[in-house]
Design a protein around this ligand. Structure first.
Ligand code: NOJ
Length: 560
């Protein structure tokens, strides 16, 4: 397996709106981020991924871009951005920017031109269709955010496609001029010195020709016609040839619905596409047939089977990205740990998983000291367009009980991840001196970065240790992964192996104290404890018949 910086790196995701506000307007900004770079350096991260900072009317918090070459007013200026890049590079870190080119904002100059007339040279930058023979939407697809994926536009009497909100019209990748515009824009940022792109829903850019409906229902999920579509590999290979291959950078494609086999095609080293993908299978372990809001309990077997499949599937071809939360997902300690009874223990155990599987780990802001989900009392406290749409659809239009609707939001809503970063115990967690754009999670008083830095046994210090360990031992990046105890209900255990070196990772996923026996070939006592989530592991303990404590994580090097 070839070595690469992006395999060895630890990435830290910043959601700028919620990270640090420097000017008291209640919205995080670039100068705020710049003021926290020493904190990130101290943690040990290599790459910072910035969620979008481009001009945007903020229908979807910057994922609706009205000018790809300029900075959002609330976040600062291009000069601020340049200073931030300098600060990042000056500290030996790298910067990965968000590339949102499945769609733009409806306030982008291209779209305003496009909607103005059927003859506009920009008409074909977007996907316009007349009504069908019944006078309805051109097809029956629904958008990711609910409701039809088509919006009627008076000016020219046609509909445009939007897989997300109606202020996010889809770009038409069939048009070579549009593709060239995108590549030029990417080059503009790369020439400014950025180190990579995270590509928003990039496997949705190729749609089935003819845009066929799915089944007979009035509205249906059309994913099969726009996820991993017919020209996707051609487009990515072209992008790679025209742009990516000319720079030493990293790329990660966000890919809802991608399977292991597809990911091999996207990330195979000889294919000239991307370095890695964000797959979503493990983010659906607690979803029922009704989708993400149809919340079900997850099982360790369900989660492990998926992670295992991806570990084994990309062993020889491709590369995994490792994440359990981001700005679209609930907080991992609330979802997969126990934020009430075992906050510290379960956050450390999940961190051990992310930093000892094979792949590139992604930390989402606040994860490093265990930020949790939030339960705001009223829907009026929520800001996320997806959440607000779902509330309207489920509770107001379909009449589902409010308590049930709010329970889904508490479990899965994206604002769980978007409450302000909790820096310290001062008002609003030190995020702003003004009124934050979304309320802080009241638990900032006890869960915050300052507290975690001051406690040597904290989640923060454990992350530091995990990251440092990765830097010291190539086995964590490059070692072969092998599952052990595949049927255990409470423990996820695996080995990593490189050049005769063998590591054993044992993770107790619950609050019990399971006892287990290691398989014969690992059941010997010559070992060294590399890291553990409890600080008092008995060195003389017999590991052949082991009992793990609640959410305990241990990593041993076995000296064979
Ligand atoms: C995925 C992004 O992560 C999410 O925040 C956004 O709403 C959609 N793509 C649309 O850009």
């Amino acid at each position: 397996m070839k070595k690469a910086f992006w395999k060895e790196a630890v990435v830290y995701q910043i959601y700028p709106r919620s990270f640090m506000d420097s000017n008291g307007d209640g919205i995080g900004d670039l100068q705020g981020i710049a003021s926290k770079l020493d904190y990130l350096k101290e943690l040990g991260v290599d790459v910072i991924w910035l969620s979008p900072v481009f001009k945007s009317p903020n229908d979807d918090n910057g994922y609706d871009i009205s000018d790809y070459r300029d900075i959002m007013d609330e976040f600062g200026t291009m000069a601020d951005w340049e200073q931030l890049l300098e600060g990042i590079h000056g500290r030996g870190m790298k910067l990965m920017m968000d590339l949102v080119v499945n769609h733009s904002s409806d306030e982008h100059a291209w779209f305003m031109e496009s909607r103005s007339s059927k003859d506009s040279p920009y008409r074909d930058y977007y996907i316009w269709r007349p009504a069908n023979e019944k006078g309805e939407e051109p097809n029956n697809w629904v958008s990711f955010f609910g409701g039809s994926a088509w919006q009627y536009d008076e000016a020219t009497g046609e509909y445009f496609l939007h897989l997300f909100s109606k202020k996010q019209p889809d770009l038409n990748w069939e048009n070579p001029t549009l593709r060239k515009e995108v590549y030029d824009m990417m080059t503009f940022w790369l020439d400014k010195g950025i180190d990579g792109f995270r590509m928003d829903v990039i496997n949705c850019i190729s749609k089935t020709p003819g845009l066929p409906s799915v089944g007979e229902d009035r509205y249906a999920w059309g994913g099969e016609h726009f996820m991993n579509g017919p020209r996707i590999h051609e487009f990515l290979q072209e992008m790679n040839r025209e742009v990516l291959s000319k720079y030493d950078i990293m790329t990660v494609g966000e890919m809802p619905g991608a399977t292991v086999d597809q990911a091999k095609l996207y990330t195979g080293e000889d294919r000239g596409e991307l370095n890695m993908v964000f797959q979503f299978e493990h983010m659906d372990v607690d979803s029922g047939p009704g989708g993400k809001w149809d919340v079900r309990p997850w099982t360790l077997k369900g989660l492990r089977d998926i992670l295992h499949k991806w570990q084994v599937g990309l062993e020889h071809t491709g590369w995994n990205s490792l994440y359990l939360n981001n700005h679209d997902q609930p907080r991992m300690v609330s979802r997969f740990g126990d934020a009430e009874r075992y906050h510290k223990e379960s956050a450390k155990m999940l961190a051990t998983l992310l930093h000892t599987l094979k792949g590139t780990p992604y930390i989402y802001q606040g994860e490093e000291f265990g930020m949790t989900n939030v339960k705001f009392p009223s829907i009026n406290d929520y800001r996320d367009i997806e959440t607000l749409n779902m509330y309207r659809e489920h509770h107001i239009e379909q009449g589902k009980p409010e308590a049930q609707t709010m329970a889904s939001i508490y479990a899965k809503g994206r604002d769980n991840a978007r409450t302000p970063m909790q820096w310290d115990a001062s008002p609003n967690g030190g995020f702003t001196t003004g009124t934050p754009w979304i309320a802080s999670n009241p638990n900032y008083v006890t869960i915050n970065a300052e507290q975690s830095i001051n406690d040597p046994d904290s989640i923060f210090h454990y992350y530091k240790k995990l990251i440092a360990l990765r830097k010291q031992h190539a086995i964590i990046t490059y070692g072969r992964y092998e599952l052990i105890l595949p049927e255990h209900d409470e423990i996820y255990a695996y080995t990593r192996e490189l050049d005769g070196e063998l590591w054993l990772v044992m993770l107790n996923f619950f609050g019990g104290e399971p006892v287990f026996e290691l398989p014969e070939h690992l059941a010997h006592n010559a070992r060294e404890l590399m890291i553990s989530s409890y600080d008092d592991v008995d060195a003389a303990q017999d590991i052949r018949h082991l009992k793990l404590r609640p959410y305990e994580a241990r990593v041993y090097k076995l000296t064979v």
